[in-house]
Design a protein around this ligand. Structure first.
Ligand code: CMP
Length: 163
């Protein structure tokens, strides 16, 4: 995104500028396919739901986090009673970290994921279909543009994001 949109006003009228202008409507969000899902070989089925909703996987890798790495990622929850359990779980098996791109990608991804607690998730959502519990709920997705930027940067370098 470096430079993108910074001077779109000055360039309006040329084809590349128009393409750049429309690209600005695209948003990126960060997603994790969690250990409960990778253990059950659900990566493809979950990605199909993202893609069917119009989200593009523009970066993706399978990693096995240490508990400390998971702890930093979920640092905002450090005071919650479930923090240790959450970090233990997120480092218990490989995860797939990914960047999803699309129009309103953050909201769209949250819609596709469903509510955090699968008991409350709408039918057809990832969590309604696949999550095992509120803790082992198959997917994580960013909740706002600011957190998406921080979460993407924690796992990916710019050159790994291929839109
Ligand atoms: P996620 O979207 O990854 O963000 C924080 C995570 O904390 C959340 O999904 C849940 O998996 C987990 N979480 C939230 N509430 C609880 C809970 N009561 N017990 C265990 N884990 C929880």
């Amino acid at each position: 995104m470096v430079g993108a949109g910074a001077n779109h006003g000055a360039d309006m009228g040329s084809a590349p500028a128009i393409q750049g202008y429309f690209k600005m409507a695209l948003e990126r969000t960060f997603s994790i396919i969690k250990p409960d899902a990778t253990r059950r070989n659900l990566t493809g089925k979950i990605n199909a739901k993202f893609e069917d909703a119009g989200l593009r996987v523009v970066a993706q890798k399978r990693i096995h986090m240490t508990k400390a790495q998971a702890g930093v990622f979920y640092g905002v929850h450090a005071e919650r009673p479930f923090y240790d359990e959450l970090c233990e779980f997120m480092s218990s098996a490989p995860v797939v970290v990914q960047v999803l791109e699309g129009e309103n990608a953050i909201a769209k991804n949250r819609e596709v994921m469903g509510a955090t607690n699968p008991a409350d998730a709408a039918p057809g959502t990832v969590r309604a279909e696949f999550a095992e519990s509120v803790g082992e709920n198959s997917v994580h997705g960013s909740d706002a543009p600011e957190t998406a930027a921080v979460e993407i940067a924690y796992f990916f370098s710019g050159i790994e994001l291929v839109g």
